[in-house]
Design a protein around this ligand. Structure first.
Ligand code: IPE
Ligand code: IPE
Ligand code: MG
Length: 220
């Protein structure tokens, strides 16, 4: 299955503890590791897509944006061995053309080294917005003079695979421009836990709940 997570609540987690927002992002990165490791060991999960930075997140203070970029770079460097050890393939969605050359290199290196890994594909959504993704897909079809069909639009998205299960942490009940197309028939779960408090145990409970849901896809 394709599991997608909106990792939200890092800032509030930190604020609650009297810490700076960036401390929440640091703790959040550790949770990414725990959750990815859990997903790699769960044969039901083939793809894990994580919302890490939205097209709207550029609105944040420059210092926070810069911290997030640096955190990503350091994290990919530090965790490359974990990707290899856990047999996880790393991919991204979103428009990373705006990122620094250093970060772009780090991203492409991580993709290259992990491209044959099999247990799990972890996709980070980076400078990702679903509206931007759909717009880019339609532009491509026009450029290549392909017919505008649902199938062709879907094929040209950053990720074609439909989402089966969507989770958002932090108590907000909204999608914030995440995977709007792919989520058409996803089952959704919203938890009050802030992302830094989210655990593989909570994820497991949600997955068990998900398995009990009857998905009808418009049929009966
Ligand atoms: C999610 O946590 C991480 C990113 C969007 C990068 P937030 O930073 O949005 O944390 P809150 O929602 O302000 O608590
Ligand atoms: C969504 O969280 C984006 C990510 C988790 C990367 P936001 O915190 O940016 O969303 P809003 O602003 O609460 O809708
Ligand atoms: Mg938020």
């Amino acid at each position: 299955m394709h599991l997608a997570i909106i990792m939200d609540g890092n800032g509030r987690w930190a604020k609650k503890r009297g810490l700076k927002r960036i401390e929440g992002h640091k703790k959040g990165a550790e949770v990414v590791k725990e959750i990815t490791t859990y997903c790699a060991d769960n044969p039901d999960i083939e793809i894990l897509t994580l919302y890490a930075f939205s097209t709207e997140n550029w609105k944040r203070p420059k210092m926070e944006v810069e911290f997030l970029m640096k955190l990503l770079d350091n994290w990919l460097k530090k965790e490359l061995d974990t990707y290899i050890k856990n047999d996880v393939k790393f991919e991204t969605i979103g428009d990373i053309s705006k990122f620094s050359d250093k970060l772009k290199k780090r991203i492409s290196h991580t993709k290259e080294v992990t491209k044959n890994n099999k247990k799990l594909t972890q996709i980070l959504a980076l400078n990702y917005g679903a509206r931007d993704e759909i717009t880019r897909a339609v532009k491509k079809l026009i450029e290549t003079k392909e017919e505008i069909t649902e199938e062709n639009i879907q094929k040209n998205l950053d990720i074609s695979r439909d989402v089966d299960l969507l989770i958002r942490t932090s108590g907000e009940i909204r999608l914030s421009n995440f995977l709007l197309w792919q989520i058409a028939y996803a089952e959704m779960f919203f938890t009050k836990s802030f992302w830094p408090d989210f655990t593989s145990k909570e994820l497991e409970a949600i997955i068990n709940d998900f398995k009990k849901r009857e998905r009808r896809f418009g049929g009966i």
